[in-house]
Design a protein around this ligand. Sequence first.
Ligand SMILES: Cc1ncc(COP(=O)(O)O)c(C=O)c1O
Length: 371
Amino acid sequence: MDTKLHVGRPNLGDRDSFLRRVNEALDSRWLTNNGPFTREFENAISDMIGVRHVVAMCNATVALEIASRALGFTGEVIVPSYTFVATAHALQWQGITPVFADIDPLTHNIDPKRIEELITPRTTGILGVHVWGRPCDTEAIESIARRHNLPVMYDAAHAFACSHEGRMIGAFGSCEIFSFHGTKFINSFEGGAVTTDNDELAEKMRLMRNFGFSGFDNVIHLGVNGKMNEICAAMGLTNLEAIEEIVSVNRRNYESYRSGLEGLPGISLIAYDPSQRNNYQYVVIEIEPDQSRHNRDEVIAALHEKDVIARKYFWPGCHRMEPYRASQPEAWRNLPETERIAARLIVLPTGQSVDEKAIGWICKLIADLVR
Ligand SMILES: Cc1ncc(COP(=O)(O)O)c(C=O)c1O
C-alpha cells in the first residue's frame, strides 16, 4: 500500500453501495450506452444544480471538446493560461487557437479586464475556469461577452458543489463542464459532464457524444465516442451520496491547515467565501519568496523527501507547455500574474486519506522550512 500523502488521492463513498450497483449492472448486462445509472447520475446532478440538462461524458477533456464544438467555437477562444493543460488542449485539438489572458492575482481566475483587449475578428468565444472552485467574475465576463456577441463557457472541473451569488456553479454561461476524474472532489474513476439550460445545445451534445446516432442506423450529426459507462456512473452516484461527508472532512482539514500555518513568515493560505458553498477540495498556499527561508521549489522538494507529495499547480502555465510554447513564444509578456502565481504556489494534500495528525505534522515541516 502507498502510504505517501498525495494531493488528489481519491475520496470514496460507501463501498458496499458501489459494489451493489456494479452487480446490478453486470446482472442486467447494460454496461454502457446511456444506461440507467448514467441517467440517474445526470438527474441527480441536474436536481442538485438546478439546471435543465446534464450530459454525462467519459471525461471532462472530451466534454470540453464536444461543448466547444457544439457552441461553434472556431478561430480563437480567450482562455486563462493558469489552468490544467486540458482546457487549452481541448481547443487546440480542434484547430482552435487558445488566446491566453492573464489572471487576477487575488482570485487566480481569468481577469475580465484583460479579456477585451484580446478580442479580434477571429474570436468566437470565452472560456473561463473556476480555479479551486472559486467562481470567475461571471458578471463582468458575461457583460463583455454580450457586448461582443460571444458565447461563454466555463471549465468547472474544480467547482462541483460550489456556488456563486447563491446560484450553483453549473448554471452559468452557455454551458459548464465538470470533471469526475479520480483526483476531483467527487469522482466516477474517470468522467465528466456538461450542464446547460439550452435545450438545443444539450440535444446537439447528446448526439455528438454518441457518434451522431439518433436511434438505430440513423446518423444525423458528426460525433465521437464521449459516453460515460455504467460502472463509472455507479461510482459517481455512490460518491454523490457522500458529498456532505467529504465536504466536512475537507473543511475540517482546511481549518486544521489554517491554524497550523497561521503566522508563518511568507505563507498565506487562500480563502473561500464563507457565504457560498465550496467543496474545500484544494488547500492552496502561496509562498512569498522574500519572507520565507526556503523558496517554493525547495519547500516542495523537502516535503517530497518526507513522502508528502505536495504539488505545484498549474506550473509553468499552459503558455510554457507545448505546443503553445513554440506557437506563442511571446505569450508570457502578457501574463505577468500567471507567471508570478505559478512560481509561488503549493497545493497540499487533503481529502479523506488525510487526518488532523498528518496535517499537524505537515504544518510543522513547513514551519521548519520557512522560519
Ligand atoms: C481545470 C481542469 N480542466 C480540465 C480537466 C480535465 O479533466 P479530465 O481529467 O476529466 O479530462 C482537469 C483535470 O483533470 C482540470 O483540473
